[in-house]
Design a protein around this ligand. Sequence first.
Ligand SMILES: Cc1cc2nc3c(=O)[nH]c(=O)nc-3n(C[C@H](O)[C@H](O)[C@H](O)COP(=O)(O)OP(=O)(O)OC[C@H]3O[C@@H](n4cnc5c(N)ncnc54)[C@H](O)[C@@H]3O)c2cc1C
Ligand SMILES: NC(=O)c1ccc[n+]([C@@H]2O[C@H](COP(=O)([O-])OP(=O)(O)OC[C@H]3O[C@@H](n4cnc5c(N)ncnc54)[C@H](OP(=O)(O)O)[C@@H]3O)[C@@H](O)[C@H]2O)c1
Length: 447
Amino acid sequence: MMTNHPLDLAGIGIGPFNLSLAAHLDAAEGVEALFFERRAAFDWHPGMMLPDVTLQTSFLKDLVSATHPSSPWTFLSFLVAKKRFYDFLNADFGAIPRQEFAQYLAWAAQGLPTLRFGTGIDAVDFDGRCFVLRSGTREQRARNIALGVGLKPALPSFAARLREDDHFHSSQARFRLGACAGKRVAVIGGGQSGAEILLHLLNRSKEDAPSQIAWISQRPNFLPLDETPFTNELFTPPYVESFRDLPEPRRHAIVEREKLAGDGVSSETLAAIYRRLYVLRHLESSGPEIELLPHRDVVNAEPREGSYQLIMRNGMDGMMEIGHAEIVILATGYRYELPDCLAPLSSRIAVDRTGRPVPDADFAIAWDGPDTNRIFALNAGLISHGIAEPQLSLMAWRGAVIANALLGRRQFEVEIPSAMVNWRRPVHADPRLDTLRSNGAARLAPH
Ligand SMILES: Cc1cc2nc3c(=O)[nH]c(=O)nc-3n(C[C@H](O)[C@H](O)[C@H](O)COP(=O)(O)OP(=O)(O)OC[C@H]3O[C@@H](n4cnc5c(N)ncnc54)[C@H](O)[C@@H]3O)c2cc1C
Ligand SMILES: NC(=O)c1ccc[n+]([C@@H]2O[C@H](COP(=O)([O-])OP(=O)(O)OC[C@H]3O[C@@H](n4cnc5c(N)ncnc54)[C@H](OP(=O)(O)O)[C@@H]3O)[C@@H](O)[C@H]2O)c1
């Protein structure tokens, strides 16, 4: 249901990130907000909810705990409400089931009064005073908007050449994996999605299993997520603070270098895959034929008599190779794109050289409208805020920063604590530095 008067904030999309913002605003007086979601109910990446998958993050990095621990929408409140607090403790999960975190998010979504499901936003325009959101024939005005529409599947250009029935992106896996029975299957992508899909296929019963599986990854090996303590420092507000005002080319380079801190494969998943391969190879001598192909960039797929020839460049020896598959699973990741509904405003929004909008410290993106009408963008700041941006780790912090910006006061705890690691020294006016810089020297001897 929409309202006749303008809201202070309209949220577009209800994934975890806008849900966190809604949970913060639930505790605040003075902001009238509604959030709109095209799905009929909250559902967290349903196409990747395969059996036994686990969360890659601590359950304490929930919607609110980091910034508003007395909120009723913490993960611990959910455990208590569902009467599973003691069972949960006794289960002593290393990593909790993703199903459980999805249930927690859905429970919060059911309880928050400002969420409207089954309401896709088709277009957003600006009438000079307010944003005008259109959903079918209905309209809603709002002074500010929060884009929480998530990322889009990143598809290689050759995907356009594949028949609809023969391929799917990992985001559809749960609904499409049935088509793999008895077929030659290529899983392209060496991130967590590709790894989980491979493990699932290896665990299928003989009748449902593919006849062959190739696991292909552009990365030089099937590489692990780095979850060691100093790498986890990258997922903290002080690191974001140090990162944010670096020049853009430097931020691009750092994000690329830090990729495995966010996008590597959990060590547990890699170990489970290896053990399953061992069993199939040495103990059962059955199951699909398996080929592991790291360091291969799939550059093309050509239809050949009911199957595809996959053309790959081997990054190890530089040679071209050919593979064959009847079903191609594209676990090739996700990319940020301004949502289609923003098309009426797209010429007014500034973008960087990769086409991304440019979020400021409050996560409001640069556009040519009045400063009093802000477009907050969640999950858009990989290059502006760093690799924590698409992950759950700083979701509560970002929700609190945006809520504070809307409220015009510091209601939620967002103060940047002093960092364990000294990422950057403050820039001092020191004539010796100027001399060294002009000489191209990198280091300054201590006093
Ligand atoms: C399978 C998977 C597992 C992940 N697991 C972890 C993890 O364990 N730890 C971690 O830190 N990160 C994880 N991530 C990364 C990240 O936390 C999630 O992608 C997270 O869901 C991002 O939240 P979001 O709110 O930005 O987007 P989404 O969850 O994608 O939600 C966006 C919502 O917006 C809706 N929408 C889009 N357009 C419109 C519109 N025009 N009108 C109305 N509604 C619209 C969509 O229907 C969707 O419901 C995972 C990612 C994937 C793909
Ligand atoms: N259980 C969970 O918690 C869970 C489950 C799934 C996903 N996630 C998270 O969701 C995010 C996305 O993960 P994801 O696995 O979907 O995407 P991803 O991490 O971006 O992985 C995509 C993979 O596809 C490869 N690739 C892309 N194009 C290719 C081509 N043409 N040929 C060969 N390889 C190609 C990429 O190689 P390059 O890296 O070299 O480009 C990369 O290995 C990650 O942060 C992940 O941790 C979490």
